[in-house]
Structure formats: C-alpha cells, structure tokens
Design a protein around this ligand. Structure first.
Ligand code: O2Y
Ligand code: MN
Length: 601
C-alpha cells in the first residue's frame, strides 16, 4: 500500500517507537496512514477481497459494509481488561490489577512475531478536534485493517495529526495486534483473532497494549482505553474530567439553548437520548456526542465539554424509527455494520429494526435464518460505525474547539423500583453522592425474579483508570473549582420504573424530553418543585404531559418516594461504600448519613 505518510513525520521519538515495535512484531510491511479517502477506499476494497467485509447494496447503503466477527470475539472483555499501575492500591477495588513489569514481559512474549505476514498500520489519531486546546493525540499501531477503517470514522486520523504532533508533541502509544501471525503461504481467515486476550493499560506511562481481539472497545483503542481509562488518569492529574457521558443541546420554544451532559451505564439508551426526537412541540434536541465527554473548567469558571470522538459506535439491536429515527438516518451511508444480519437484497437487519423480521436473512454467523428459528439474526452486541457529521441533528458546535458550556449533568440507570423519574441534587456534594450510587438492574432471565443490581458509579465502573474512591474525591474537588453561580446542576433520572403489573410506567424515547424540560425549568427557576428527603422533585403537575396518555396513577408512582425501598437502598449503598475503605471521601459518608436522617432512620 503506497504511498504512505511516513515522510511527513518529523517526530523522532515516534519513528523510533514504530521501528522498535516493527522489530518485535515482525510484520511483512509497515504502512503509515495518511487518513485520506483514497486510503480508506483501498483498505475497504482489501477487506472485501479478504472476506472480512461484504459490500451492501449501494442504493440502500452507499459506502456501506457488513463485517462478521469471529463468534468468540463479539464484545469488550472486562475480565481480560487490566489496569497495570505500579501500586495495586491505585487500581482500586473496581478494576483488575496486574503488575506492570510482569505484564509487559508477558505481552512482549505474545507480541514477538505476532504480526508476521501482516501489515503494521501506523495510525496517528486525535481525540477531539485537531487544534482544540482540549484534544489529545494517540498513535495506534495495529495489524488490523478493520481497526484502521473504524478508527478513521471514530476519530480524526492521518497526516493532519502528524503535522500537529510536529517534532516533539505528546502522544499516547497504543499497541494492538489481533494475535494471529501468518506463516509463509498460510491463508488468512476473514476475522483473525486469538483465544487469549489482553487489554492492558499502563497509567503511569500513559500507554495501552491490546492483544488478541479485533472487536470494538478491545481494538479501537481511542475509545474506552484512551478516552476513558487513560484519559481519566490524565484528567485527575491535570484537573479535568474524562467521562462516560453523552452531550446534547436542548432548545426551548423561546429559542434559548442549553447544553446537558448525561452518564448512563451501557444499555440504558444513551445514543437514543443524545439524538432524541422531541415529543413536545417547539422543543428540540441536537447531538454533540453519544458516549464520551471531556469536561474542563474554562477561564470564566464554567464547565465546558468536548466530544473527543468523531463517530458513533452504536449498538444496532433496538435501533428503529421509533427508538431513534436520527440514528437510522445517520447510518444510511458510509457506515460499517458489524455482526448484524444481511437481507437477500443487500440491506441490513437486526432485532427491533422493524416490528416483523424479513422472511429470510443471513444471520450474523453467515447462516440462513428464518423467523422463529430460535437464534437471534443479529448478535445482541452488533454495532454500526458511522460518522457523527451524518447525524441529521448534529449540533452546529459539535466540533467547536472550545467545547460547549454545560448547564446540567444527569446521572441515571435502569432501576425497576424505588428510584423516581427525576430528582435534583441538593448540592454539588449530594450530586456526587447520586453519581456514585448509579446502578442498573437486570431482570433475571427466568421466572421474572427480582433483577440483579450492579452498581456502576458515574457509569464509569469498567472505564475508570484508577481508584474509584479517588475518582469520587476528584469530582468533589472539581465542584470547588467551578464558579458556584455557573456550576452545572446535578440530576438523577430513571426511565425504567415499572408498575405492579410489570409494565414500564414511563414511555421513554421522545417523551424523555418532558423530563429534560423540567430540568431546564429548574435552571430558570420555577415553582413546579417540592423538597423531599431524596432531593428536589417535580410537583404532581410538574412534568408536562400534554398529549401523553399515562396509565392511571402512573405519574404518582413515578414521583413517589418509597420509604421502604429507600431504607433498603440505604443499606445497599452503605455496603457498597464499604468496599472503598479509607479512600471513600468523608463527604460521601456524610451525604449517606444525611440521607438516612432525612428519611427518618
Ligand atoms: O463491546 C464493545 O466493544 C463496545 S462497548 C460500547 C461501544 C460504544 C459505546 N459504549 C459502549 C459501552 O460499553 O459503554
Ligand atoms: Mn459507552
């Protein structure tokens, strides 16, 4: 693949690192990515020839491709994800820790000759708009062309990034191999990978080494590995926040626009909220980002956010004209689909895309599929990779180098009971308490039994690169640095509360704008508010339900403070907090005690 961008690199340290890795991994060729459209097209054609990609019907999905992964390489591997801090205590109780020197030694053995017969791609990438004071640069060395083309959508890559690096710019080295060397003459497979997987982070040296997987967060190292795990450590040290948050703009009928950020655990509909199609006339949402926010204190004491990504790596199942029409429009062209089903006429399909499935499909494993055959057509974690600029409601300021000002931050989770529709924190410390208690409940697979509660503080459980107790302390410190008059207000929402009949009480999707409206009214000061032991909540008529038919009594239940449920919640939080030992900030213990006393315990 010629020509490449090597000649525009003036960065001696980077050249030396690439040479060193090439000597270790012994690729057949080294290609420096320039990030051009030509290069992207050549790599896609190469992936089609290799059987990794199937080109979709150009009428239905121009520039669209389907990739099918190895059936055992379909998701992030949390149990193989390691934080290799020098001191195990710094990884904390929520991470898997490994000794950095031992891990480097093990990985060095695994990477030796790992790229034989393959091309080593050098992918300089920028997280954040190139030139933004908040952007950071990484360089991924990878033997996966699939990773390169996905990175080109998800980040800004190539020669402009090398230019920006100049001769001595800082970068995060990100080493990746699928771990499937080819012997001379050995035929390749469409999705090379290794049964042994290692996703390793070295926070002290700000480096990432990933081995064995070609999928998603394991392979696109700019996303969870860099923009969350390593960036959270950098942010702690430099005084900013790297968060698992969407960013949206909300415009009221009077034309006033405010920006909100929101943290939800995976599988709570973040992308749907980020691109919400408003059910309320006159209200509209624009999308700045759907997964990650980097938040800085600006000179004026305000919090400003950038989306460090340039694309969406969204989960396909459940994406429909009802749940997210704007995502459907965004993925119409120039999109890579992974592990979805293929229709006979070259279109894609997944569970929930249409109310009824097509009569015949090729499923994500490449087998014939018919409705009722007992297997899912699309892998449940199947994905689309699409450029953010294609979203019809992308915010005009989504690439503003200075970011957008954040007026409210929303936390949430999937809670079947107890937690109300919306609740505002009484103070910054109370908001940090709310964020620290984020949790999602899964309905047990059999028998409709009580769900299993997984605490996911700030939706960062799998993504915080250091001790979670120190992370809480960092959030408390950030609040002290913000101008109290301009500090974002902190909220907690729950779209997933169910009634006694087991049905969701709240319709969700586009109707969630009704809750966003109440949040905005809170910022402007209004009287649809009541003080409760758990925080500030809407009055019975506080949420605008015009045009919405809720089940009888549903709003009362959605806004109820269930004392018995909260008593159980207090105990659950106390047990959870106990896991952080002495690194739990005293303020959070105080918030728990204050809640206990407000609840009359
Ligand atoms: O399984 C993967 O590798 C993807 S996970 C993911 C992708 C996009 C946005 N968020 C997530 C997540 O797990 O939070
Ligand atoms: Mn995510």
């Amino acid at each position: 693949m010629k020509p490449d961008a090597r000649h525009v690199c003036r960065h001696a340290h980077l050249v030396t690192w690439v040479d060193e890795i090439a000597r270790l991994c012994r690729p057949a060729a080294v290609h420096w990515c320039d990030g051009s459209d030509d290069e992207y097209q050549r790599l896609c054609a190469q992936l089609v020839a290799a059987g990794t990609f199937t080109a979709l019907d150009p009428q239905r999905h121009p520039g669209g491709f389907l990739a099918r992964s190895h059936p055992a390489d379909v998701a992030r591997v949390e149990d193989r994800t390691f934080i290799c801090s020098p001191d195990p205590a710094d990884a904390g109780p929520t991470n898997h820790w490994r000794d950095p020197a031992e891990t480097k030694a093990t990985l060095t053995r695994l990477f030796t000759g790992a790229m034989s017969g393959r091309t080593l791609y050098v992918v300089p990438f920028s997280m954040g708009p190139i030139g933004s004071p908040y952007a950071r640069i990484g360089v991924q060395l990878t033997d996966s062309a699939y990773a390169v083309v996905n990175l080109r959508i998800m980040t800004r890559i190539g020669s402009p990034v090398l230019d920006r690096l100049a001769s001595d710019g800082a970068y995060v080295p990100c080493l990746h191999s699928v771990g499937a060397p080819l012997a001379p003459g050995q035929a390749d497979v469409p999705w090379p990978c290794n049964p042994e997987k290692w996703i390793c982070h070295f926070p002290a040296e700000r480096a990432i080494w990933s081995f064995g997987s070609g999928y998603g967060g394991n392979a696109l190292l700019g996303k969870k590995c860099f923009a969350l795990r390593i960036a959270s450590v950098i942010a702690r040290d430099e005084g900013w926040l790297a968060e698992h948050m969407l960013i949206l703009g909300l415009t009221a009928p009077n034309g006033r626009k405010r920006y909100l950020a929101a943290a939800f655990p995976s599988a709570c509909g973040k992308t749907n909220l980020a691109m919400l199609q408003s059910a309320l006339p006159g209200w509209s949402v624009t999308c700045v980002g759907d997964d990650i926010a980097w938040l800085h204190v600006a000179e004026d004491g305000r919090l400003r956010a950038i989306n460090p990504e340039a694309g969406f790596f969204g989960v396909a199942p459940g994406t429909s004209a009802t749940s997210n029409p704007h995502a459907l429009a965004a993925i119409q062209a120039n999109t890579i689909f992974t592990n979805v089903a293929l229709t006979p006429d070259g279109d894609v399909w997944w569970e929930g895309k249409t109310p009824t499935p097509p009569p015949r499909l090729i499923d994500w494993t490449g087998q014939d599929w018919t409705p009722g055959c007992g297997r899912p057509a699309a892998q449940p974690n199947s994905r689309y990779t699409a450029p953010a600029r294609q979203c019809p409601v992308i915010d005009p300021a989504w690439e503003d180098p200075d970011g957008v000002p954040i007026d409210a931050i929303i936390f949430g989770g999937r809670r079947l009971g107890t937690v109300p529709l919306v609740n505002e924190a009484r103070s910054w410390a109370h908001g940090v308490f709310l964020g620290s208690t984020c949790a999602s409940e899964t309905t047990a697979a059999a028998g409709g039994a009580q769900g299993v509660l997984r605490r996911d503080p700030f939706a960062m459980l799998p993504f915080c690169g250091y001790h979670m107790g120190d992370y809480f302390a960092h959030w408390l410190a950030m609040g002290r640095r913000l101008d109290p008059a301009k500090r974002p207000r902190l909220f907690y929402v729950n779209w997933f509360r169910k009634g006694a009949d087991g049905r969701f009480l709240w319709p969700g999707f586009g109707d969630n704008v009704r809750v966003l409206k109440w949040i905005l009214e809170q910022l402007d000061g209004h009287d649809h508010i009541r003080t409760t032991p758990i925080g500030l909540m809407p009055t019975a008529d506080g949420i605008d339900v015009q045009g919405l038919t809720l089940a009888r009594g549903a709003m009362d239940e959605l806004l109820a403070v269930d004392a018995a449920g909260w008593r159980r919640e207090l105990e659950s939080i106390a047990t959870y907090y106990g896991t952080f030992g002495e690194r739990l900030p005293a303020e959070l213990g105080d918030e728990l005690a204050a809640l206990r006393s407000r609840l009359g315990e």
